[in-house]
Design a protein around this ligand. Structure first.
Ligand code: F6R
Length: 265
């Protein structure tokens, strides 16, 4: 795992989008794993700008979202499919048939989860998986005690996650209690993981995920097992990290990051 610290949430989101763009330019058929939420809302406008003004081409790209609420129709205002349409899919030249989000209204949810896992495999697996982290330490909706080898399945949301996401619903009573989520094991099979973490509210959980023990109580800590995982964070989220100086050194000196240093915001 490597940790890259940027000065604020805009710079961190900008760098995240640049890493995605670079992967897409190298491999036009990229299988891209996507995430939703407030943190990601700063990444998608950068990707849209790269498409509109810098020739970034999504036409051959295939996407798989991490999760979807159970009980919300795909075209419902608060579905993650709607979030993706609003923030990315409707604004770039992606073929909507190449975009995949689990169906939270599927009659047989177990079958839907298996279908989703199989489809990912049929596409050759995920090349680059974008991730955020919840305050309970989740990646996707893999709440505390999710098995580190878990596959796509239905998970009950914790009260903390529901509290975190309820304000995004016009009617707070509509906040679902369950979601379909890729498993920790599924996420770890991605060829590369890219986790974006911003804001002081995430500082404590980021420290646990990155510098604490690997535990199913903080499923993001499982990323320590991944052979190619990059965490991009801002100064506020990095506040409690012991290794800050070392992490800064990596960004300033490692050749891999040279192409991004000059364009960093
Ligand atoms: C969303 C997802 C979640 C979020 C996490 C952080 O698709 O997978 O793990 O990334 O809950 O959400 P925000 O960014 O709203 O704090």
């Amino acid at each position: 795992m490597e940790v890259i610290i940027q000065k604020d949430e805009h710079a961190a989101a900008y760098l995240t989008a640049q890493v995605i763009a670079s992967a897409l330019r190298k491999k036009p058929h990229l299988v891209l794993g996507l995430a939703t939420g407030r943190t990601m809302a700063l990444v998608y406008p950068v990707l849209v700008d790269l498409y509109k003004n810098h020739g970034l081409d999504f036409s051959l790209c295939r996407t798989f979202n991490l999760d979807e609420y159970v009980g919300i129709p795909s075209d419902g205002k608060n579905s993650y499919r709607s979030y993706m349409k609003k923030n990315l899919f409707n604004k770039v030249n992606i073929d909507i048939r190449n975009t995949h989000v689990p169906h939270g209204m599927a009659e047989d949810l177990e079958e839907e989860c298996n279908r989703y896992d199989n489809l990912t495999q049929e596409c050759g697996g995920i090349d680059l998986q974008l991730l955020g982290i919840g305050r309970a330490g989740h990646i996707g909706f893999n709440e505390p005690l999710s098995a580190l080898k878990s596959r796509t399945r239905v998970k009950a949301l914790t009260p903390e996650t529901m509290e975190q996401n309820r304000p995004l619903f016009d009617n707070p009573d509509e906040m679902p209690r369950r979601a379909i989520t890729m498993g920790v094991g599924t996420i770890l099979e991605s060829k590369r993981c890219l986790m974006l973490v911003t804001g002081f509210k995430k500082a404590e959980i980021l420290k646990k995920a990155v510098e604490g023990p690997i535990t199913s109580m903080v499923t993001a800590s499982a990323l320590q097992l991944h052979p190619h995982c990059t965490v991009i964070c801002d100064e506020e989220a990095a506040e409690l990290l012991d290794g800050k100086n070392h992490y800064r050194w990596i960004f300033e000196n490692e050749p891999e990051w040279a192409q991004y240093r000059n364009s960093a915001k």
